[in-house]
Design a protein. Structure first.
Length: 82
C-alpha cells in the first residue's frame, strides 16, 4: 500500500500556495453556495410536506385500556384454510 503522507504533503504545499493568494476579506460562498443551500432548503420543505400528508392519513384511536383489542380485530389470528 503506498505511503499517503507523501501525497498529503504534496497537496498541502499546493493548497498553502493558493491560500496565500486569496484575500481573506473577500471570501464568500458565492452563487454555488447559494444554489446548494437553496436546493437543500427546497428538499427539506418537500420532505416535511410529504411527511405531513402521510401523518394526516394515519387513523389512530387509542383505547382506554392499553392492552384491549381495537374493535373489529380478532383476538387470535385465523388459521389458513385450504
Amino acid at each position: 500500500m503506498p505511503d499517503m503522507s507523501a501525497s498529503a504533503n504534496l497537496a498541502m504545499t499546493h493548497l498553502a500556495a493558493l491560500a496565500k493568494e486569496v484575500d481573506e476579506d473577500k471570501v464568500t460562498p458565492g452563487v454555488l453556495g447559494f444554489i446548494v443551500f437553496a436546493a437543500m432548503a427546497l428538499a427539506v420543505w418537500a420532505l416535511m410536506r410529504s411527511m405531513s400528508r402521510h401523518m394526516n392519513k394515519v387513523d389512530f384511536k387509542e383505547s382506554p385500556d392499553g392492552k384491549a383489542q381495537p374493535e373489529g380485530t380478532p383476538a387470535e389470528p385465523r388459521a389458513k384454510q385450504g
